[in-house]
Design a binder for this molecule. Structure first.
Ligand SMILES: Nc1ncnc2c1ncn2[C@@H]1O[C@H](COP(=O)(O)OP(=O)(O)OP(=O)(O)O)[C@@H](O)[C@H]1O
Ligand SMILES: [Mg+2]
Ligand SMILES: [Zn+2]
Length: 391
């Protein structure tokens, strides 16, 4: 019973219902496809990866894939579950009696585990396999893991386990060695943009390319984080998503201004640099974000210096491309010196009582030293003098 006026979070509304909709996890989908085609399903899978990359989603899709009976009720396991058979529908609606999903974060004790494992010896009621999905499996207590271990050693043929975790290192090796492991990848900026376009088209919402790119960057590989940010941006933007909204929402810097700041630093123009910082700060950028952007730009400039072709990479925005060309003269020695000073500044800024003051100090220090000739240039000068004392 959904209230039409109630807003459903995008991440929930657009949970992939088919493997085709699960973006950026091609290796996993390929391996699963082979396993299903060759009838070589493992009895236990463990899915790992950062938050919001599709672990829970994949677990449910696997449950469907191995239990789908097809529209005519005669089909076998398939990587393209039909979505209409009773198994598919019940699993999608979270009400399949044979698909048991539990959150290890709330059921950590050995008694919880025993209760669950008790049901394992009974054959599935409607499905082909009884599927136990245990989310956040790293949260189980030691004794719960031990109880699970015994069952994992010799599970009945009608049982499949699917574990999901963000912290694979906290899962005992004894468990890991009995599972087939899938590492879900961070979604690239391009993949996130594809996802955003898909969702926004379905929602009939327009957005600036640049705005979406900023969100994709900030999402840091997580589809859920990205979609939650879009939720926010939609509310703030009143039906469309603009770069300005996204920037102020994320406390982001203006990229062009940051490049101007960078140019001032490189040319040793300290007072211009300080002015740029003040402007950014006044329009809402946080000092640590400004610093991180300077770090990011340093990396970009250095990378383009070494791999000139990178400038044409689709993840490089138009602003970045133009400014990189402009600042291309900065020697790699200077860039790596700036990099070191910025990284050092990162810890300084977290301890400083007033962050903006710390940022100014850091930038002053760098601007003064960036304007100095590099040791290599000094050496060249010196050699020239030695060889030609009268010059
Ligand atoms: N690979 C993906 N392709 C498309 N959408 C995705 C993908 N991964 C996640 N999403 C989106 O993010 C939402 C959350 O995904 P899911 O619950 O599977 O993440 P998770 O990896 O289990 O995260 P957590 O570690 O926080 O539990 C989904 O409903 C979907 O909207
Ligand atoms: Mg999850
Ligand atoms: Zn089906």
């Amino acid at each position: 019973m959904e209230d039409k006026t109630q807003y459903i979070a995008l991440a929930r509304k657009y949970r992939p219902q088919k493997f085709e909709d699960l973006l950026g996890q091609d290796a996993l989908v390929q391996t699963l496809t082979n396993a299903i085609q060759n009838n070589r399903l493992h009895h236990a899978y463990i899915l790992t990866g950062i938050r919001g990359v599709g672990k829970t989603t994949t677990a449910r899709l696997i449950a469907r894939a191995i239990n789908c009976i097809g529209e005519d009720g005669k089909g076998g396991p398939t990587i393209h579950p039909c979505g209409v058979c009773e198994n598919c529908q019940a699993i999608a609606a979270d009400r399949h009696i044979d698909v048991i999903e539990l959150d290890a974060a709330s059921k950590t004790s050995v008694d919880d585990m025993r209760e669950i494992l008790d049901g394992i010896r009974y054959k599935p009621t409607n499905a082909r396999y009884k599927v136990y999905i245990i989310d956040e499996v790293h949260m189980l207590s030691k004794s719960a893991f031990n109880a699970l271990l015994k069952t994992l050693e010799e599970p009945p043929a009608h049982v499949k386990f699917i574990f999901a975790t963000t912290e694979i290192r906290k899962v005992p090796v004894t468990i890991l060695s009995r599972c087939q492991r899938f590492d879900l990848e961070r979604l690239s900026i391009e993949t996130l943009m594809t996802l955003f376009h898909k969702v926004l088209t379905a929602e009939k919402i327009t957005a600036d390319e640049e705005a979406l790119r900023l969100v994709a960057r900030a999402a840091d590989g997580s589809a859920r984080d990205g979609l939650s940010m879009l939720d926010q941006a939609i509310v703030l933007g009143d039906g469309s998503i603009s770069t300005t909204t996204v920037k102020s929402m994320l406390g982001l810097t203006d990229r062009q201004q940051t490049f101007d700041l960078y140019e001032a630093i490189l040319s040793g123009d300290v007072s211009a640099a300080l002015q740029h910082i003040q402007q950014q700060y006044t329009s809402g950028a946080t000092p640590s974000v400004i610093l991180q952007d300077l770090i990011d730009i340093t990396h970009l400039l250095a990378k383009v210096k070494i791999v000139p072709d990178f400038i044409n990479d689709p993840t490089v925005s138009e602003t970045d491309r133009l400014n990189c060309q402009k600042l291309n003269a900065a020697p790699i020695g200077i860039l790596s010196k700036i990099w070191q000073m910025l990284i050092k500044g990162l810890s300084e800024i977290t301890y400083a009582p007033v962050q903006i003051d710390a940022l100014e100090m850091i930038v002053m220090r760098i601007a003064y030293s960036a304007a100095l000739p590099s040791p290599a240039d000094l050496l060249k000068e010196l050699k020239k003098k030695i060889n030609n004392p009268d010059a």
